[in-house]
Design a protein around this ligand. Sequence first.
Ligand code: FES
Length: 156
Amino acid sequence: MAESEPADNTRREFLSQATLAAVGAVLAACSGGGASDVFAPTQQNPEPTPGTSGSSLTVTLASFPALGAVGGIAAVGNLGAKPVAVVRDGEATYVALSRICTHAGCDIGIVSGGFQCPCHGSRFNSSGVPTQGPAQAALQRFNVVLSTNGTTLTIS
Ligand code: FES
């Protein structure tokens, strides 16, 4: 097998040089101003929801007719990666809840008087308290501030 060593060495040298060339091409692309192309938004990395800064979500109440009456519930967007619902629980009071089921993390839907999870059937009242399992824990609540003119909510 000593006769095959030169061929093996040549193959190894070729692979080594090809690897270095590929690494060099990647480094050149990254340092040559192409970084913005590398991090362009994709479906897995979408643009943030309008009205959200990542740590807060601004909701214009007029955009959600369901919140025009006490007892109304509306899906209002995302806070970070979490879908959020707002419940109007008084004339000038609102509750913001995560729409992530506390059982196994499915997105829950809005039903009359509360929420229902499509995955295993858990139900939650409009305060986010579970009324039917298997979920045992209440929905996560967010902080809500009503603007002084009463037209927007800031959820964080
Ligand atoms: S994930 Fe909602 S009931 Fe199981």
